[in-house]
Design a protein around this ligand. Sequence first.
Ligand code: NAD
Length: 458
Amino acid sequence: MTSCDVINPATEELLRTVELTDVAGVDAAVARARAAQRVWARRAPAERAAALRAFAAVVDAHIEELAALEVANSGHPIGSARWEAGHVRDVLQFYAATPERLSGKQIPVAGGWDVTFNEPLGVVGVITPWNFPMPIAAWGFAPALAAGNAVLVKPAEWTPLTSMLLGELAVAAGLPADLFQVLPGKGSVVGQRFVEHPDVRKIVFTGSTEVGTAVMAGAAAQVKRVTLELGGKSANIVFDDCDLERAAATAPYGVFDNAGQDCCARSRILVQRNVYERFMELLEPAVKGVVVGDPGIDGTEMGPLVSRAHRNSVASYVPDDAPVAFRGQAPTGPGFWFPPTVLTPQRGDRAATEEIFGPVVAVLPFEDEADAIALANATEYGLSGSIWTDNLSRALRVSRAVEAGNLSVNSHSSVRYNTPFGGFKQSGLGRELGPDAPLSFTETKNVFIAVPAEEETP
Ligand code: NAD
């Protein structure tokens, strides 16, 4: 197969046919990237900073085009897609400061001077999933470029279009040719070749825990650096002392954003038993009020699932005898639609333990703080989560006790470009975003310079 059809998930119409990169194409791209990286790394820091700011400005001038393309390719609501494109600009702007701030250290030692340098790795391969094509690519490419590397991005097969456009915008912004290349292709071909190619010095992989594990194992053969952002089954913990109305009103948006195709989806709502009934009464109108429909219309809150195959996978978690508490609405007719769905399974049920990656949430009661923490942690994942309580001490205790990388008290926020993001346990390895991300695209080099002591004068 040398090409792949890209389908609009809201209409099932063919959007475009994309040529797929083969192994020889990857090898040629790596060779060009190596040459471009050497030139890039030699450029003055201020010049590299200016180039990244120019890239951000060109992205800013194309927000509407990028957003419309994501609506068509991924079915994201237009408001979300605009935010995603704007986020790429913000990530580029944030890391545009890096080239001029990536200072090493001067360490006091005996017999001379000691200094450290943050050397770029060389060529970095970024492998992205289909759920947030633009932001996730930017979390890899922006800090990697800023730290002096060349970047190759392999977008997911279903959603390559906005990444391809970002590749064109980089060239339009004046970034050196071949420094940043987007290579659409199959995971088993392009992604696999990134892992195997000796001149790709680091892999940033975002996707399933299953494939991430294989990428890490493959990278081990060359002691290749990896950052992994993998799956999640995050808990939204609702204590009886919280603002229950707000907790219930916001819970749908903590899990159904992007139709639940979000690694940070709070797909388990844990509710203290003495407020469980009342919470469910409040949750029902909130779920039924989620606006599901044409993603191109302002005000739509949830679009379709990304593909027919993925809708089938999500639907397998809601068989005819599933413990459905209530469901929201979804259009009928063409498109991969699935209504917001609330289940009340047992703790060990598949719907309560596996990542569904769709608009399906499991609500589970708990007894007390210790039970809530144990239940939240009873998963191999540890990416995100929310804690609803008006008791400050409890908020702090539970935040420290939940084994997850990104927690939010009395809200559902997970991602800010200036704060670190990543998972505990099988949700990942390493951190993206925040002030330290560029360091994960460098090697620390230590240089000792012997300086003979001054001869003593009598
Ligand atoms: P996936 O693992 O199927 O694919 C991810 C990427 O890996 C794709 O580009 C795919 O082509 C590529 N790939 C597949 N086989 C490969 C191989 N053998 N070698 C190298 N690359 C290969 O995941 P998906 O279905 O695209 O995305 C959904 C998953 O991503 C969910 O589990 C979700 O939780 C996770 N995710 C995690 C985060 C995070 O930041 N933690 C963010 C978004 C999505």
